[in-house]
Design a protein around this ligand. Structure first.
Ligand code: SAH
Length: 220
């Protein structure tokens, strides 16, 4: 049973500082920054780590996974160029923090997580915070054919290659944001689908993500 901590002036002050730092680091999308200002990031970490919740760092969330660094969340979300009401597929629900940022931006979110422990926790936490994404326990490489096509697809783990299926499930004109690379470093990659069988690819900065695991690696 999860109990929500309070979100008081102290927390809001810490959050405001973090948002100012993101702006200084080059995040320009005020819609994304406003969304992040609304979400108590300390709800996603153990209360003992309050300072970490509002510093620009990734952090352990259990099951060997991390909550992405706030800068990374802001950067990836900005790349999606979200409009209200768009259908977004997220791969790697993790703590659910990025899911909430997408929801606050007005998206309808479908999110997949392959770690049962994280899926269970996030499925309980988000409704308590009055967020209502559709969460799935499964394999992100397969996407969600039943709910396709999506306006946007966001991958929050490091993919060794771009899964064909995720491009297939994107609408023409849709955007896929995915960190690609199998070593310790991934290149943030943005795909714009230009036709049923064509897309444009743009490679941006380097990031470090936990790996997007394939079936054969499961259980590791
Ligand atoms: N967006 C999350 C980031 C979590 S880290 C957050 O803000 O907290 C990336 C997540 O991707 C991890 O939880 C990991 O378990 C998950 N993941 C890795 N491989 C996956 C796969 N094949 N399908 C779905 N999720 C996967």
């Amino acid at each position: 049973m999860i109990r929500l901590p309070e979100d008081n002036f102290k927390h809001q002050g810490m959050r405001k500082k973090l948002i100012d730092q993101l702006r200084e680091k080059g995040i320009k999308n005020e819609g994304v920054l406003n969304a992040m200002m609304k979400i108590p990031r300390h709800f996603f970490l153990d209360l003992a780590f309050l300072n970490q919740a509002y510093s620009d760092q990734a952090f352990q969330i259990g099951a060997g996974q991390t909550i992405s660094q706030p800068f990374t969340v802001a950067y990836q979300t900005s790349l999606l160029e979200l409009k209200k009401g768009e259908k977004v597929l997220e791969i790697g629900t993790g703590s659910g923090y990025q899911t909430c940022v997408l929801l606050e931006c007005g998206a309808k979110v479908f999110s997949i997580e392959r770690q049962k422990e994280l899926y269970d926790r996030t499925k309980e936490l988000l409704p308590m915070m009055n967020y209502a994404p559709k969460l799935f326990y499964g394999d992100g490489y397969k996407g969600l054919a039943t709910y396709a096509p999506f306006d946007k697809v966001l991958v929050t783990c490091g993919a060794p290659f771009i899964p064909e299926e995720l491009i297939k499930q994107l609408k023409v004109g849709g955007i896929l944001v995915i960190p690609v690379g199998s070593g310790g470093v991934q290149v943030m990659t943005r795909i714009v689908k230009t036709g049923d069988d064509s897309y444009e690819k743009e490679e941006l900065s380097n990031f470090r993500f936990v790996p997007m695991l394939e079936n054969k690696d499961w259980g590791k």
